[in-house]
Write a protein that binds this ligand. Structure first.
Ligand code: G6P
Length: 617
């Protein structure tokens, strides 16, 4: 969701910014723009509705040569995707250019005041209001320097933002600030990079600084980086760290799409998530985050899991895992609902916040609320040093590596892996699991990466065949029971997200309370039916579907005969404890969504209207 890239140094800024914007495409966007400072300090702006390729087409001339510049990919919030609404936005006097990720909530009232003072507006955006507010402070308070003008303006607005500002009178300088949306600064020799995440500058420098909430920084080649707090203007020491990210991790590595690459990475990402934590020989699970807070977890009267999207589905499976193995009551909530419904939370509750990106605005806000009410908040994030990782009391990273495809795949199965570890660790600690049970379960969990590899090898081809048959249907149902009810929800979400086919997930038994009315020979039903838990009941559900001529695509175990004999298509996954079966079941459902989307000609990695990191409410 909105990407920012900035560069000042000795390189061709246009190339650095354009390549950086391409790296941020995965975040989701609908327009793009760039501003380059030429050798006289003049700003040349190009911006357009559409993709970075469209921007390239309108910005090829020599006007765009210079060593300082910034660019933006916009995901529309205020105003439709259009050339005028694209960033950068420029102040009325033409001197200040600004790119922004987030929402200025009180922009309307400020706009009215600025119009009264003679300002005019070309766009419908909140961002154009902010850039003119900066000009207003510059003109009305002559003694303010560049950074102070920006700071004064920011003290007038509320909402969420990461901004990068350039000024024609301050060549080679940036003012950047953040509240709610992330911003990283890459520090090279005689050059600086600004970006929404480190991917645009990873090949140039390993030294990075993540701007903290409520901080503003002045960046110039002459004076380096000077950071202050936005509200109090107090100086802050820059905390520079070494990037762990590598270029290979964020490239496609020969795959047609990031999503396919990421599906195939799952044996490794799950293995990396288990590594150093699941120690079968030592008969233990070691996780620093949990280890340090075991007593608190043992005394918890309740665990509340908060998340959005796919992470919420992982949370639902987490509920089954923790209740099954640790016998601690768990509730799972959409972060967006939790934060607005005056929830009852006490200091005896533990809140687990799950977020791949670690930046989701609703999850951030829900965490802040839970903390205010005294709960201990544990984070499960994939992005190291993300905002959520930093505001939670403790947590564990899913070591899935960067996930670029907007539709989450490997991050989801890594989340299930972490939740399995947490449930098993707590169950062992509080005595809900005997040593024998614990050993049996951790031995099975340890074998999961190998089984995932088998699933990848054995299900890809059949999923392509099924995709061909059903790519042009308009609806899909996904059904599952027990641990695999959330698998059905996630399978349906994957299909919706990337193929734009309407799909719904249901607990299989609920089918007869509504969805059964939809079943006829045109309705494909994906049913997750491993020979565990309530297998017999699922067999009956399949019979009910076939009696109504529904088309059944079943995910089954090798020894299954009853479901297979009735299904139109069967996809085999190895036998495993029911608790871990959602990890295996996820893979053919990802393949199915991917191949259906591919046949339909959809943009698999950047589905329309979706963003990877949803930094607005
Ligand atoms: C967006 C993404 C989803 C993701 C959700 C939650 O909607 O498109 O793939 O599941 O946000 O994101 P998070 O980073 O908090 O897991």
């Amino acid at each position: 969701m909105c990407g920012i890239v900035g560069y000042t140094g000795y390189r061709n800024a246009y190339n650095v910014v354009i390549n950086g914007l391409k790296r941020l495409e995965y975040r989701g966007y609908d327009s793009a723009g760039i501003v380059i400072e030429n050798k006289d300090g003049k700003h040349n702006v190009a911006k357009t509705k559409g993709k970075v390729e469209d921007l390239l087409a309108i910005s090829q001339s020599s006007e765009y040569s210079g060593n300082t510049g910034m660019g933006h990919t916009r995901w529309a919030t205020h105003g439709v995707p259009s050339d005028a609404n694209s960033h950068p936005h420029v102040s009325n006097n033409g001197k200040i250019a600004l790119v922004h990720n987030g929402i200025i909530e009180n922009y309307d009232s400020i706009k009215i005041l600025l119009i009264e003072k003679g300002f005019t507006f070309k766009s419908e955006t909140d961002t154009e209001v902010l850039v003119n507010l900066i000009q207003y402070f510059e003109e009305s308070q002559a003694d303010l320097d560049f950074v102070s003008c920006v700071r004064y303006a920011l003290n007038e607005v509320y909402g969420a933002y990461a901004i990068c500002v350039m000024h024609q009178d301050h060549k080679g300088e940036f003012v950047v600030a953040r509240l709610g949306s992330p911003l990283a600064v890459g520090i090279g020799k005689d050059e600086f990079f600004i970006a929404s995440d480190a991917s645009p500058f990873v090949e140039f420098t390993k030294d990075a600084l993540y701007l903290e909430e409520g901080h503003i920084a002045h960046i110039s080649l002459k004076d380096g980086i000077e950071i202050r707090t936005i509200t109090q203007n107090e100086p802050v020491q820059p905390a520079i760290q070494e990037l762990k990210l590598s270029l290979e991790q964020i490239e496609k590595g020969g795959y047609e799409h990031f999503m396919l690459k990421e599906i195939f990475e799952q044996p490794k990402s799950i293995h990396d998530t288990l590594r150093g934590r699941l120690l079968v020989k030592e008969e233990t699970i070691k996780m620093a985050g949990i280890w340090d807070h075991l007593e608190r977890f043992s005394k918890a009267e309740r665990i509340i899991i908060i998340a959005c999207g796919t992470s919420w589905h992982a949370g639902l499976i987490g509920e089954y895992l923790i209740e099954e193995f640790a016998r601690i009551p768990v509730e799972v909530e959409y972060a967006s609902e939790f934060r607005y419904r005056n929830p009852i939370i006490t200091n005896k509750d533990i809140v687990i916040a799950i977020s791949q990106s670690g930046e989701t605005a609703d999850t951030m806000a829900a965490i802040k609320l839970a903390k205010e009410k005294g709960a201990f908040v544990y984070g499960i994030c994939n992005v190291v040093d993300s905002s959520i990782a930093r505001i939670t009391d403790a947590g564990s990273y899913t070591h899935a590596g960067p996930e670029i495809g907007v539709a989450s795949t490997k991050a989801f199965t890594a989340q299930l892996t972490i939740l399995s570890l947490i449930a098993l660790k707590l169950g062992k600690h509080n005595g809900s699991l005997s040593n024998a049970q614990f050993m049996e379960l951790i031995t099975e969990l340890d074998a999961i990466p190998k089984k995932v590899q088998e699933v990848l090898e054995n299900t890809h081809e059949i999923c392509k065949v099924i995709a061909k048959e059903f790519a042009h249907t308009t609806n899909f149902l996904y059904l599952g029971r027990g641990f695999n009810f959330p698998s059905a929800l996630e399978g349906a979400l994957k299909l919706k997200e990337i193929s734009y086919i309407h799909a719904e997930g249901y607990p299989a038994a609920e089918m007869k309370h509504g969805p059964i009315a939809l079943i006829d020979e045109n309705m494909p039903i994906v049913i997750i039916a491993p020979k565990v838990g309530h297998y017999d009941k699922v067999v009956s559900n399949v019979q009910e579907i076939k009696a109504r001529k529904g088309r059944v695509i079943a995910v089954v175990n090798p020894t299954d005969t009853q479901v297979r004999s009735q299904a139109d298509y069967s996809i085999e996954i190895p036998m495993v404890n029911e608790a871990f079966s959602p990890i295996l079941a996820a893979i053919p459902l990802q393949f199915l969504a991917y191949h259906i989307a591919l046949i339909r000609g959809a943009n698999v990695d950047q589905p329309r209207n979706l963003a990877k990191s949803v930094t607005v409410e």
